[in-house]
Ligand binder design. Sequence first.
Ligand code: BG6
Length: 489
Amino acid sequence: MAFKEGFFWGGATAANQVEGAWNEDGRGPAMTDVTTGGSAKEPRKITAVAADGSHITLKRKEKLPEGAHYAVLDEYYYPNHFGVDEYHRYEEDIALFAEMGFKMYRMSISWSRLFPHGDETEPNKAGVEHYRKVFECLRKHNIEPLVTIWHFDTPLYLEEHYNGWNNRQLVDFYVRFAETCFKEYKGLVKYWLTFNEINNTVMFLGRGGAAVTDEMYHDAYQQLHYQFVASAKAVQVGHAIDPENKIGCMICGITNYPLTCDPKDILENRHRWERDIFYCGDVQCKGEYPSFTKRLWEERNVKIDCTPEDLEELKKGTVDMYTFSYYMSSVVTTHKVTSEVSGNFVTGARNEYLKYSDWGWACDPDGLQYYLEVMNDRYHLPMIVTENGLGAYDKVEEDGSIHDDYRIDYLRDHIAAMGRAIDNGANCIGYTTWGCIDLVSASTGEIRKRYGFIYVDIDDEGKGSNDRSRKDSFYWYKKVIASNGEDLA
Ligand code: BG6
């Protein structure tokens, strides 16, 4: 009953995690191309050459030392260089999505495939034509593309020569990139997202108990401000080019709970929602900074570059829909925590009522219902769950079958929860599961952390036939879509 006719069932990926072809057809490198593989225990490293020529590695978000430059080094393996080779195999993959009955496919455009350095005035034609073919292929299969313009892949050149999103000039470079996308793919693409999980810049601070300086807060809020302005300008440009365009924000959705009924925990939890979740959503959906911004900035002595013209842009460039990823909930407390867990950019206390994935992410379908209901009340916008899924180890049986009932259970429970939220009034119009085909994990760089309905025969070192095969969840999801969410058995 919950899902209306035309509900967008589908799946999602990101260019840097599936495409590979990192240096083909004129593409420039992005940060992921100098990022090694890792695991839940061993963080991914960013590789560089120091001023004296020695090879060095950096942690995520660590600043490049004076005189150093990012570099691909022979002694490391870079999983995103190959991804799952979707750049060459998109036709086969889209045919498989169509076989499952997808109505929507969420994908991203690699910025450096269109603008290899990011500051060019004209795009790389080969890159533009590649995505045109992908969108035409989706249309041929009656699959609606949902396109993320930026999914963690600022061109490396902009990171190195402009100091990335700390520099206001990136606003113009991004808007040029977005405008190119809107113009080139007018008529082919109607649904867009400006920035993937825009809020994790600030959520990431303090993850794993790391000390966070005021300067780090300042940088995070400044980067976010430029991204907000870039997003708002892109929304206006996108609407001017095609009034049919529906352009959304994309928030990393975490449902936070207080650990105890100590009022201090209740307040701390509320403030966590404000900082991590509402701050970005409010700016992008309501067009202005929320009232708690003053407190957030003052607490950390943050004074950002923000002009009256910027604030005008934010007002004019509000989004048409609220979209978010949802994998897990988190527990917030002011008390000493004895058992801590980390996942998807946050660290919190363990929740004894929930099960955890092999990577320590809390599985909490009710949290999805809660999140949808909260956001429905707050923004009154159509919503899409643009990521949800279970990263798990899969075993290939001798006959080639893959019995991923754990994934089916996870998805079934979350779809049911989404249905309950819709029955309770939430205006949710779509659901694109994350990693509908196995891909490179963003946090760990592993392939064996698999999300797909479609198995890809490749391992963490890039070995394997790269052949695709259907897991049990493939047939299950096909049935879910065919019954418009009625048959979850
Ligand atoms: C989201 C990102 O944070 O979660 C994706 O938008 C990412 O890019 C996904 O892949 C799952 O996280 P992970 O670390 O398991 O790949």
